[in-house]
Design a protein around this ligand. Structure first.
Ligand SMILES: [Zn+2]
Length: 71
């Protein structure tokens, strides 16, 4: 599987935006995972991403219950 850079629009200053390139799997300024087109079109990749997210949610739930807050 070959990942491609993803164009992400980010705010620059108050009224301006710019486009940066991020790697697939990185987290953007919204805290959302950046996913490239080949991955979006790949069933296996999306399953893997969903699995990782489920793990993260489980960790956060555990941290909350332990009083450690979210990661
Ligand atoms: Zn990718």
């Amino acid at each position: 599987m070959s990942c491609k850079p993803v164009d992400v629009v980010v705010p620059r200053g108050r009224y301006d935006t710019k486009v940066i390139q991020m790697k697939c799997g990185e987290t953007n300024h919204h805290g959302m995972r950046v996913t490239c087109d080949p991955c979006l079109n790949s069933k296996e990749s999306m399953q893997e991403i969903a699995r990782q997210k489920a793990n993260m949610d489980a960790d956060n739930a555990w941290n909350r219950s332990a009083g450690w807050g979210e990661m």
